[in-house]
Design a protein around this ligand. Structure first.
Ligand code: ZN
Length: 280
């Protein structure tokens, strides 16, 4: 796989019957709720590395802690839709390793391994302030921000190596291309990570794509930010009028290496749009 060029058009789906519609199909094997689903043949497994509501309920002491002692769980603040686990806990890292390993094993027989990681960073700026993060930073002589970058880079490097030299790693980034924001907000440094990441995936979701000026601005921002490294604009396809979705995809393709259509329901509609995009 790695010796062939990355496909320019892909999809993210929950329908096994959609997997063959594009040369690149992402399938969530471990999601933010903790739900795990078997991988259909030919799909790339997606693993939510440090986000898991079920684990957070069972182990509240593993949840990331922010300013004022706020735990990063759904409902604790308007911006938390799921729970973020702290990777300074060896148990959390071991769980993430196990989910990655499960995703790798589920590709038994595949010529090349592939993996998409999501939620591989911290909840947002100021997280995590738990005792283990403070100890970890102190032991390494790092300030909290440098420590967070170190922790995520170490894990992502390890998971990339698990895929072997012919494997392919995709990493989801939060849609914020402003210089320094990914580092400060989420502890992810694209420049540091790019040797291990074959392509970044940036969800630029909208329920209608009635206008595309913001999409174009963000896409251009990421094109600048990632400086030639492959990245996909992932567009939300469920319920979006096909002509608007196609226009949004074409706008994104002017800046991104490729585009990924996420969660479309109508197989015929998805197939037709993928075909039109692939022709351009
Ligand atoms: Zn912590």
């Amino acid at each position: 796989m790695a010796d062939s060029p990355l496909p320019r058009i892909g999809l993210t789906t929950r329908f096994a019957s959609h997997v063959g519609l594009a040369p690149l199909a992402f399938w969530e094997t471990k999601g933010v709720t903790g739900a795990r689903r078997p991988l259909p043949a030919g799909a790339v497994p997606c693993v939510s590395a440090f986000a898991d509501d079920a684990v957070a309920r069972a182990h509240p002491d593993w949840v990331q802690v922010g300013p004022g002692g706020v735990g990063a769980v759904r409902g604790a603040a308007p911006y938390f839709d799921w729970a973020h686990l702290c990777p300074s806990h060896p148990e959390v890292l071991a769980l993430a390793d196990a989910w990655v390993e499960e995703a790798v094993q589920s590709q038994a027989g595949a010529a090349h391994l592939a993996l998409r990681l999501s939620d591989a960073g911290f909840a947002r700026e100021g997280f995590c302030t738990c005792g283990r993060c403070a100890d970890g930073a102190g032991r390494r002589g790092l300030d909290p921000e440098a420590y967070r970058l170190h922790v995520t880079a170490e894990a992502i490097d390890r998971w990339r190596r698990r895929l072997g030299p012919d494997g392919r790693l995709f990493l989801t980034l939060y849609p914020d291309p402003y210089p320094g924001h990914l580092e400060r907000r989420f502890g992810l440094d694209p420049d540091r990570l790019r040797p291990w990441v074959d392509a970044f995936v940036v969800p630029l979701y909208d329920l209608a794509y009635a206008t595309t000026h913001w999409l174009e601005t963000l896409a251009q921002g990421f094109a600048d930010r990632l400086a030639g490294h492959p990245w996909y604009a992932e567009l939300y396809a469920l319920g979006v009028e096909p002509a608007r979705l196609e226009r949004a995809a074409r706008v994104a393709l002017a800046y991104a290496y490729g585009v990924v259509l996420a969660y479309g329901r109508d197989r015929g509609e998805v197939a037709a749009l993928l075909e039109r995009l692939a022709r351009t």
